[in-house]
Design a protein around this ligand. Structure first.
Ligand code: GLA
Length: 697
């Protein structure tokens, strides 16, 4: 990717080029302000501004909007200086044409993936405070063309729906006003040029690294230019800067590929593994976990958990996780959140006997927490009713009978860090499942002056990050899952501190195939936890075989969440056999290059009855591919699979993890053969699945 920007004759910083890589000494035209098209289309609007202040008659989305103490609201940013760019980064300082407000734009480009990280630091050096009403991390521009916008939407139990629509004049707003990332919309986009497909064509893409209220606008102006602006959600936003104070924006990443949607995903996956995750650049393959939530819900006990742990260990599970219900007076979801002491009724001897047992079974131990929440029926709330987000004298809307602690408050932050630190210091805990089961309401913060109260949107999220960061420092090696009633908090901001995420509470395997397809548009397989649970499924009442369920979860970070006390011996044997097989291919599956051979979203021949996914190890020595059908019709055969990403000259031998290929399939052949000639998988019936490996000879 090449990203070029420069200063035009007026002193504005403008984008000159964003697209496929060109050579360093290719003649890039100097920055030049656009002309006035008509008296209604000013140059300030028509020029692809890198970071436009709201002023001078700007009608496009501004990057920054402020109100000065004297009522002036005109802000026009001009170039001042820049640090000499090194190989991969540069800082550029802009300043208002008359006022002492500066913005430093930060640029860092990753040499391997071409992914650009952009953010902004806004500083007020005026003698009086200013109010920031809108602050983006970055704006990106594309020239007039026919484009398709891709974005992800969802709801609880139905996250990761891929949407595709033609970009037309006007604005499409992707956002969360919920105080957190949200299930409803994920801060990711991909824009494809006409003609782009899964493996070819131009795709520009980006993701915002922020777990609070966020917004990305994609707008096409009257001259057909496209601009993408992303950062803090300006809705209900107001961040006051006193003299000398600054506001740092989140990072808005962007990238470009000539290799279609698949290429875009692979670049983001690689980048996330190399530069974002806590264990970057070499994250360990995720332990296969057992989680008892669907088996026991909150009805946990020492004996019950030990019985499940023994059964899990026999299946080859690496990590045993106890979910909700172990603390306070947590018999149902009506009480207990906030009281993070072990429930003496359920665990009279504390957690140690259970943890010791789990260790003796050669697994490590993980625990569920929901640190940012409180039930009104809790000791914590009775003691500190003022600790929750609220407007005094107004109702406090509950969701799942809980309220949100105001983590922007330093004392609340200390409490939350304190109990987590204590929990990790006193117990041998390898992993926290960090949950967050509602969105904000009545986001008041009345302990600070009125003109500071809206800072809650920024300070809350920053304190979540700072707690996670401090926990990592104090407890090196601790691994954390980001869960929010499923996939409500998945973004490149939280992923700096969390090793995996829970994509959805919906574990129905058929639904999961579509969700996993949507999820991996933006995020890597490495972090995509996927449990095998009971059948018929509680959400859709759909019955599926254990093999089908296992193979669906095996295209992610495998976990088991079924009730092991109730599974048949056959099912237990299947779990054990396939878990062992998974361990042998896990690195390729979760850290390799992902190819959507047949996506459940666009299917084949207009139908989504078939799905196929392939992952190839980075050194191309191994490929793993999965094939699924939910119901074959009219006797149709599974479509010919032509693999991708192999080395054409290397000989690969084929073996089956599960399922059969057509009898004439060779046992070994060149990469060119598997990619061009392809092979036929034999799959027929309802909810059938198969998986194979190709290994370099
Ligand atoms: C949320 C999570 C579930 C489970 C429950 C526990 O819904 O997404 O996996 O942990 O909370 O209350």
């Amino acid at each position: 990717m090449t990203y070029a920007f420069g200063v035009n004759e007026k002193g504005e910083l403008q984008q000159i080029y964003w697209g496929g890589r060109i050579e360093a000494n290719d003649p890039i035209a100097p920055a030049k302000s656009a002309k006035e098209q008509a008296s209604f289309d000013s140059p300030y609007n028509n020029t692809p501004q890198e970071y436009a202040g709201w002023g001078a008659g700007l009608y496009m989305e501004p990057a920054l909007k402020v109100t000065f103490a004297d009522g002036n609201r005109d802000l026009v940013l001009h170039y001042v200086t820049s640090t000499k760019p090194d190989e991969s980064s540069a800082d550029v300082v802009l300043k208002d044409i008359s006022r002492a407000v500066t913005v430093t734009l930060h640029y860092t480009i990753d040499q391997e993936t071409g992914i650009l990280a952009r953010s902004a630091t806004i500083v007020n050096n005026e003698p009086k405070p200013i109010l920031i009403e809108q602050a983006a991390a970055a704006a990106y521009s594309l020239p007039p063309a026919h484009y398709t916008l891709n974005y992800l939407t969802g709801r609880w139990g139905g996250e990761w729906t891929l949407n595709r629509e033609t970009i037309r004049q006007g604005q499409r707003v992707l956002e969360s006003r919920r105080g957190t990332t949200g299930h409803q919309n994920n801060p990711w986009f991909a824009i494809a040029r006409d003609g782009a497909g899964e493996e070819s064509g131009q795709v520009w893409f980006g993701a915002l690294a922020w777990s609070g209220s966020w917004r990305i606008t994609v707008e096409q102006d009257t001259l057909d230019n496209v601009r993408v602006t992303g950062g803090f959600n300006p809705f209900d936003f107001g961040y006051q800067l006193k003299t000398g104070e600054k506001l740092e924006s989140p990072i808005f990443y962007s990238g470009f590929t000539n290799h279609g949607y698949g290429g875009a995903s692979r670049l983001l996956h690689r980048f996330t593994l190399l530069h974002v995750l806590p264990q970057a650049p070499t994250p360990k393959p995720r332990p296969v976990i057992y989680n008892s939530w669907e088996a026991t819900e909150m009805n946990v006990s020492e004996a019950g958990q030990i019985a499940l742990a023994e059964k899990a260990a026999a299946l080859g599970i690496d990590r045993f996780v106890m979910d909700d219900g172990w603390f306070g007076k947590r018999k149902t979801d009506h009480a207990g959140l906030g009281d993070w002491y072990v429930d003496p009724d359920k665990f009279p001897r504390g957690l140690k006997p259970l943890i010791d047992k789990v260790h003796s079974l050669k697994m490590d131990f993980g625990l569920w927490v929901e640190p940012e929440m409180v039930n009104p029926d809790s000791d914590l709330y009775r003691k500190h009713p003022d600790w929750v987000l609220n407007f005094p004298g107004r109702p406090r809307s509950e969701a799942r009978t809980q309220l949100v602690l105001n983590l922007a408050r330093p004392d609340v932050r200390e409490y939350v860090f304190g109990f987590l630190d204590k929990l990790l210091s006193e117990n041998e805990i390898a992993f926290l499942k960090w949950d967050y089961n509602r969105n904000w309401s009545e986001p008041g913060w009345d302990q600070v002056p009125v003109d500071q109260q809206k800072k809650v949107y920024v300070e809350f999220t920053r304190n979540v990050y700072s707690i996670l960061e401090e926990l990592h420092k104090k407890h090196p090696g601790i691994e954390i899952e980001s869960c929010s009633g499923g996939g409500g908090r998945v973004d490149l901001g939280i992923l700096r501190y969390t090793d995996e995420v829970w994509p959805s509470d919906n574990t129905d395997p058929l639904d999961r195939l579509t969700q996993q397809d949507g999820f991996t548009r933006a995020y890597p397989v490495q972090i995509m936890l996927s449990w095998v649970t009971d059948s018929p499924h509680w959400m859709n009442s759909r019955a599926t075989s254990m093999t089908y369920r296992m193979l669906v979860s095996m295209e992610g970070a495998l976990g088991i969440g079924a009730n092991l006390n109730k599974l048949s011996d056959d099912d237990l044997t299947t779990i054990k056999r396939l878990t062992a097989a998974y361990h042998t291919v896990q690195k390729t599956v979760t850290q390799g290059e992902l190819y959507r051979l047949i996506s459940p979203v666009n299917g084949t021949g207009g139908s989504s009855e078939f799905v196929a996914t392939e992952m190839v190890s980075l050194d191309k020595s191994q490929a793993v591919f999965f094939a699924y059908t939910h119901s074959t019709q009219e006797g149709r055969d599974f479509p010919l699979l032509q693999l991708r990403g192999l080395d054409p000259k290397t000989t690969y031998s084929l073996s089956s993890i599960e399922g059969k290929t057509a009898p004439d399939t060779p046992a070994e052949a060149s990469g060119a053969y598997w990619m061009n000639h392809g092979l036929n998988v034999l799959l027929r019936g309802d909810f059938q699945a198969a998986a194979f490996t190709l290994n370099k000879k």
